[in-house]
Ligand binder design. Structure first.
Ligand SMILES: [Zn+2]
Length: 294
């Protein structure tokens, strides 16, 4: 199955829903960052929710950033996504390894620990929208359930899962977000809550070859689900040497002079895709001229 997000509405227009299969893009992140299983699971969950929240934005140039700052050994994670489900991200400490939980599952909650979740939406307005909530469990899905309810005042159910294979590659990844829209009846909420509470974990459903649509059908079938769109999702970094040069110009004249004084080419590494850009002394001098001219 290639990665994609299914978008749906249900119970007339009382509920909106997203479900994703993201195995390939999470595996791509693992290969780029050489993450351990627990770090792959944490980053994979955040990439998955990021891809789904990205497509909630309306304009092609909108940018979503999800940032977790935490006291657990992973220290922090960052994911950005656009409205076309192009997503990328990194974890501060990709090499963290922890014992499995008693139930045999990866201990994402412990790897993340306590901290703060920030959701930053750059919608092309003067100021970006910033929503911030504390982490509830560090398991990420619960933290977003809390975020949606308390920061966006939109009661939501969020499920996220990453299943790691015995060779540490990503075997399954995906999730769903179900959101109760204003005016939704109590009986619909009750039916859906009950369904979700009795459902298997999202990785088990994906392991049974259920598509995102089939997963939403399981949750929302009883209240009438209508599928609207299928959006391909992918890990994509838009860094270029030109962008790196612009970033260097923006740090200022004095800092560029210091880089030149070191008399060595400099290397700039993209956190998202691990590409290294080398800038020679001549190139730095040219950037200094541009910074001076500006
Ligand atoms: Zn990059």
């Amino acid at each position: 199955m290639t990665d994609y997000i299914a978008r749906a509405i249900a119970a007339g227009n009382q509920i909106r829903a997203f479900a994703a299969t993201t195995k390939n893009l999470v595996e791509r992140a693992r290969q780029i960052h050489h993450t351990t299983p627990v770090a792959t699971a944490a980053l994979g969950r955040l990439l998955t929710v990021g891809a789904m929240m990205g497509v909630m934005m309306k304009n092609p140039r909108d940018v979503l950033t999800l940032q977790i700052k935490c006291s657990g050994p992973l220290r922090g994670l960052l994911v950005t996504a656009d409205a076309s489900a192009n997503v990328k991200g990194y974890v501060h400490r990709p090499q963290v390894d922890l014992p499995l939980k008693a139930n045999g599952k990866l201990d994402v909650g412990k790897a993340v620990g306590k901290g703060v979740l920030s959701v930053i939406k750059d919608l092309g307005l003067k100021e970006p929208y910033v929503g911030r909530t504390k982490l509830i469990s560090g398991e990420i899905a619960e933290d977003f359930t809390y975020y949606f309810t308390h920061s966006e005042q939109m009661p939501s159910a969020v499920a996220l899962g990453v299943l790691i294979d015995t060779d540490y590659t990503v075997r399954q990844a995906g999730g769903f977000i179900i959101q109760v829209l204003p005016g939704c009846s109590e009986s619909v909420v009750g039916l859906v809550e009950d369904k979700i509470s009795r459902m298997a974990a999202v990785t088990s459903l994906l392991e049974q070859q259920l598509s995102p649509e089939a997963i939403l059908e399981q949750v929302l079938g009883d209240v009438g689900v209508k599928f609207q769109e299928r959006i391909p999702a992918q890990y994509a970094c838009n860094c270029t040497k030109e962008r790196v040069e612009k970033a260097i110009i923006s740090i200022g004249k004095k800092e560029i002079e210091e880089l030149i004084a070191a008399r060595e080419p400099i290397e700039v590494n993209c956190h998202f895709c691990n590409t290294t850009y080398v800038l020679t002394q001549q190139e730095l001098e040219k950037l200094l001229e541009e910074a001076t001219g500006a």
